[in-house]
Design a protein around this ligand. Structure first.
Ligand SMILES: NC(=O)c1ccc[n+]([C@@H]2O[C@H](COP(=O)([O-])OP(=O)(O)OC[C@H]3O[C@@H](n4cnc5c(N)ncnc54)[C@H](O)[C@@H]3O)[C@@H](O)[C@H]2O)c1
Length: 268
């Protein structure tokens, strides 16, 4: 296998791939390297759009699974669907997430707390719990049997803790903790687990509206040293790096992709 197609013969599952954001870009990036795809979301139409984009450009297989990752029953059915069609799962990207709106953590309504935690934290746990056993069995993939990438957020990191997205911030900090825990739990099985923490990116979560992002940053007095709003493709490029053999010795790490936003406490 050439470096060009390092995901050939391998299956990548991306949750939250029915939006126009990171999930779709990652699907394109992995397909470009030969991966067969499982794309998951609660948005069936969006998944069909992602599938059609992939099929037009790449000669890979794509399985759509509409499932709510916060529901362990639906996740179990997803496992069955995946292994009816494919014989491996090399790459799992826990990407699906919601912010639940703007609120400080102690003013958040209980329904918001439950929903945000259920999708962002329990959802990623449900999916990882459902698939890690198969990943562990994949000893024929050497030196690494499987890889997990969690899409967290700079809001989950100490410098980025965001009082305007209180429960979201806590949920992503929790997912960063799981990143380290799963790296410890699965390291002996040659499974790597890493996180990507994006800053502000133009995606459907921000209604694809740069003004909304700029206004949001202004209210918080936030400055980005590399003064650009991120493009979803940049997250996909980092995910592709983590998925590649070059990153086989990296585990339990978090790559903050934010143009320096979270280091800019003292602003110039
Ligand atoms: N856009 C940003 O600036 C930014 C920054 C930091 C982190 N993130 C994170 O990146 C990830 C992707 O977000 P995005 O910005 O690409 O937006 P997006 O809206 O394209 O992606 C989120 C997707 O998750 C899906 N989803 C929601 N609940 C689900 C559930 N219960 N089960 C399955 N799928 C579900 C949505 O339908 C949506 O398609 C999220 O976890 C988000 O928190 C985004």
């Amino acid at each position: 296998m050439s470096e060009e197609d390092f995901l050939k013969g391998k299956v990548a599952l991306i949750t939250g791939a029915g939006g126009g954001g990171f999930g779709r870009e990652m699907a394109k990036a992995f397909a470009r390297k030969g991966a067969n795809l499982v794309i998951n979301d609660i948005n069936k139409e969006g998944l069909e759009q992602t599938r059609d984009i992939i099929r037009k450009e790449y000669d890979v297989e794509v399985l759509i699974v509409k499932a709510d990752i916060s529901d362990s029953g639906q996740v179990k059915q997803m496992v069955e669907r995946v292994f009816e069609k494919f014989d491996n799962l090399f790459l799992l990207v826990n990407n699906a997430g919601i912010d639940g709106g703007l609120y400080t953590s102690l003013k958040a309504k209980e329904e918001i707390y439950d929903k945000v935690m259920a999708v962002n934290l329990k959802g990623a746990w449900n999916v990882t719990k459902a698939f890690f056993k198969q990943m562990r069995r994949q000893k024929h993939f050497t030196p690494i049997a499987g890889k997990i990438i969690n899409i967290t957020s700079c809001a989950g990191t100490p410098n980025g803790t965001n009082p305007y997205l209180g429960v979201y911030s806590a949920s992503k900090a929790g997912l960063l903790a799981f990143t380290r825990l799963w790296a410890l739990e699965l390291g002996a099985n040659n499974i790597t687990v890493n996180a990507i923490s994006p800053g502000v990116f133009l995606t459907p979560i921000y209604n694809n509206d740069p003004k909304l992002i700029r206004d949001f940053l202004k209210t918080r007095g936030v400055k980005i040293p590399i003064n650009k709003i991120g493009e979803a493709k940049w997250v996909a490029d980092v995910a592709l790096f983590l998925a590649s053999p070059v990153a086989d010795y990296i585990t339990g790490q978090n790559i903050i992709l934010d143009g320096g936003m979270t280091i800019s406490i003292n602003k110039l």
